[in-house]
Structure formats: structure tokens, C-alpha cells
Design a binder for this molecule. Structure first.
Ligand code: FE2
Length: 431
């Protein structure tokens, strides 16, 4: 074999309280997992001792904007931290974008992602630009990172597919160039009717081309922004079940409860997934409220209970809208857990799934998992279970892509100089 990871704890076997969990050896050959057994009697070119640490398939970010990432400070910082200043900033930056700079920033972000064990990203790319400069740049990045990261691109008519002249033609050109997914932004169209019309237009186009759909949908605090209903109904009508996602869905936070009780079964029947972006939703939504101030994130636990797939996305890192972030999907899960008050044991585990297996399903990633036959894409975490991983935003001590170790990071520990106290601590209670 090429690589054996010894003494790994898989998420499904991990105890929740830090008590010992069953361990397995993972055998890897020619980029695939070939064996998962308690004790693997085989030799390998390289062995990695996980020593009881959690080993998972990689993190997946279902919602990102790679055309804007790492532009923080260009041409100036967002001093107020508001959505409106962010939009104004993006307007100032857009004419100054060059393909080379965009590619360089995206590649740098992908380096960060790899070190964080984030090996699949769905990124929206703005197509409201005749030159399609960002599309060309991110298609180039997609090709270049393919050996180590799956980059899926969404043609995103950021200024509205109906509202912005030429946007639908640009979107079609972007798809013809190789962009994977059809995007949209119905709540940004001029009227509710235009928003619904944009959903129909884009879903029909996706159905005709056999593509997936992921729309920025109802990213507003307006309880009457109900485009998710049209998105689910169109998904059902066109037979797009399992291929459509609604991103943000923040208006659902403020919707009437009776209306939501009808909406969630419709979403489940249509197989429409939801992608919440907790870091961004908690900072941008409810911003003009006085007190009480709404959280603004969509109804995550309620959707999970209704059988709707929910993933958490990062959305932004160091761009006009968000000055923070470093590609850490555990930070995203940590925020999602708090904002949605998902502190129950199973709920915390669901937050881990929301940055791993669920977005993998939404993106349609093949060969994702820890069973024999899956791609040998794995992350060794300095944690014993998913809950501890979220709590510590655990270090990815090793990241493996197609059987090759592509990143290593030493686990942190503090050295204390306190008389009568231990010399080293690692933030795990000793029993
Ligand atoms: Fe977004």
C-alpha cells in the first residue's frame, strides 16, 4: 500500500464525551481507500499514526465568493462594516480588477483552504461584467487547483439576471465556458414578480442543460421575501429534485410560523437544500433593527427536523463585506452552532455534518467518505470527536489528497511555568 493511517477514530465511531472510541487502520492505494479494519496486517510506503485522533473526509464549503476574497483593503477597508459600504466598495474595486491579481488571490486562498483541510469549495462568480474577467480567472484557478482541491463554480448574476442588462446572455456564456452551476438572486430583482420570473427562467435553463442550481435567495429581513417557495415549486415542476439549493434564506427567520409550516414540507418534497452562512448572516442581518435585534440566520434546526439538507458556508473571507476569516470551516460550524442554539449532542454533530458530508452531497461530490472505494481525501484532526473538533477549532495535523499528505501542522500546546501545576496543557480535561 502507499499509505496506512493507524489508530484513527472515524466520526461514526467517536464517543461524544472524550472517552475511548474504537480505532481503525485505513489502508490507501493508488489514491483510494482500500481497507478500513481494526488492525490492518499490511505494509505501506508511509505510515501515519493518528493515535486516537478523529480522521474525517475533508471539509466542504458550499457557499463562497472567490472572486472577491483576500481583497481586504482594496482600494480601502470597509470602515463601517455594513452591507451598504461593502456593496459600494465592490463597485469601486470591480473596474480595477485584473485577471492576474484575481488568480493570485484565489490561489492564495486555496493554499489556506488546503492547510485547513478544506478540499472542496463551491464559489459563486459574478457574471454581470461584459468581459467575464472573473469567470475566466476562476476557470483558470479551477484547472490549476484541480490536483488538490475541487472548485465548483456558480454563474452568479449579482446585479439581477433581469435587472442587469445582458446578464442572462453573460450567464449563458459563462456556462458555455465551463462554469458548473446556475445562480440567481431573485430578491434583488425590481419586483416580487420579477424575482419569481427570474427563478423560473433560471430553473428552466438549468433543466434544459442538466445543471445544478444554487441561488442567493431571500437574503433579507423582509418576511414577505418568499422566493424560496417559487424555487421549491419550480424544482418540483421541472424534476430537479436533489440538484437545487437555496443560499442564505435569511427572510425565513422573520416569516410567519404558519407559512413556514407549509414551506418546509414543500422544500423537503422538492429535495431543495438550504445553505446558511452563519458568520455573514449574524453580522449583516437585523442590522437596522433597534432592540430586540434579530439574528437573521435561517431556521436551521427546524429544517433539519423537517428532513431538509442544511449546509453551512463561509461566504466571505477578507473581502468588501467581511474583514475576517481564514478558510476555517470549524469556525463556521462554531458560529452556526451558537446562532442556531444547536447545543444538544446530536445538534452539535449536525453542525459538523453541515461542513462535511451534507455540503458534499449538495455539491454532488463523487467518492467522498471513509469507506473502501472512496477517494483517499482525509483530514487528521487534533480532536477525539466532532464536538471537540468544533470546540477547539482543532488543528488539521495532516491533510491527505488522493493518498498524498499535502499539508501538516503541529498541534498547539501551551507550556506553563506554574509551580505545582502541569508543564503542558492542550485544553482537554484530564480524567
Ligand atoms: Fe453569497
Amino acid at each position: 500500500m502507499d499509505l496506512i493511517i493507524r489508530r484513527a477514530v472515524l466520526a461514526r465511531n467517536a464517543s461524544n464525551d472524550g472517552s475511548p472510541s474504537p480505532q481503525v487502520d485505513i489502508g490507501i492505494e493508488a489514491g483510494r481507500i482500500v481497507a478500513v479494519e481494526p488492525t490492518l496486517a499490511a505494509n505501506a510506503v508511509e505510515e501515519l499514526d493518528a493515535n486516537g485522533a478523529l480522521v474525517t473526509p475533508p471539509f466542504v464549503d458550499a457557499h463562497f465568493h472567490m472572486d472577491a476574497t483576500l481583497s481586504y483593503g482594496l482600494p480601502r477597508v470597509n470602515a463601517s462594516g455594513t452591507l451598504l459600504e461593502g456593496i459600494a466598495l465592490w463597485g469601486e474595486l470591480k473596474p480595477q480588477l485584473t485577471q492576474d491579481a484575481l488568480v493570485e488571490r484565489a490561489l492564495q486562498y486555496c493554499d489556506w483552504a488546503v492547510a485547513r483541510g478544506l478540499l472542496a469549495i463551491r464559489s459563486h462568480v459574478d457574471v454581470c461584467d461584459e468581459r467575464l474577467l472573473a469567470v475566466e480567472a476562476l476557470l483558470d484557478v479551477k484547472r490549476r487547483v484541480a490536483p488538490y482541491l475541487d472548485l465548483q463554480l456558480v454563474a452568479f448574476p449579482q446585479d439581477g439576471v433581469l435587472r442587469s442588462a445582458g446578464a442572462f446572455d453573460n450567464l449563458k456564456r459563462a456556462i458555455a465556458m465551463g462554469v458548473d452551476v446556475v445562480g440567481g438572486i431573485p430578491h434583488f430583482e425590481r419586483t416580487m414578480a420579477d424575482g419569481a420570473a427570474s427563478v423560473r427562467l433560471l430553473c428552466e435553463f438549468a433543466a434544459e442543460k442538466g445543471l445544478r442550481v444554487d441561488m442567493h435567495c431571500d437574503e433579507s429581513d423582509d418576511p414577505m421575501s418568499r422566493h424560496i417557495e417559487t424555487l421549491a415549486a419550480e424544482t418540483h415542476r421541472l424534476g430537479l429534485h436533489g440538484r437545487v439549493a437555496g443560499s442564505h434564506l435569511t427572510s425565513m427567520h422573520s416569516m410567519d410560523n404558519y407559512y413556514v409550516s407549509k414551506l418546509l414540507p414543500l422544500m423537503r418534497e422538492a429535495g431543495v437544500a438550504a445553505i446558511a452562512n452563519p458568520l455573514i448572516n449574524i453580522t449583516l442581518q437585523g442590522r437596522s433593527d433597534t432592540y430586540p435585534k434579530r439574528r437573521g440566520m435561517t431556521r436551521v434546526p427546524e429544517m433539519l427536523a423537517a428532513g431538509v439538507d442544511v449546509a453551512f458556508g463561509h461566504d466571505c473571507v477578507m473581502d468588501p463585506w467581511y474583514s475576517l476569516g481564514s478558510g476555517d470551516m470549524l469556525e463556521v460550524a462554531h458560529m452556526g452552532l451558537h446562532v442556531a442554539q444547536m447545543t444538544g449532542t446530536e445538534a452539535m454533530r449536525a453542525c459538523f455534518d453541515a461542513v462535511t458530508v451534507t455540503p458534499a452531497r449538495i455539491l454532488g461530490l463523487g467518492g467522498y467518505g471513509t469507506e473502501p472505494g472512496c477517494h483517499a481525501d482525509l483530514v487528521v484532526l487534533d480532536a477525539r470527536n466532532p464536538i471537540e473538533a468544533i470546540r477547539l477549532r482543532a488543528t488539521r495535523t495532516a491533510v491527505i489528497r488522493r493518498g498524498r499528505i499535502v499539508s501538516r501542522m503541529p498541534a498547539p500546546h501551551a507550556t506553563l511555568a506554574l509551580e505545582g501545576r502541569p508543564a503542558h496543557i492542550d485544553f482537554r480535561p484530564t480524567r
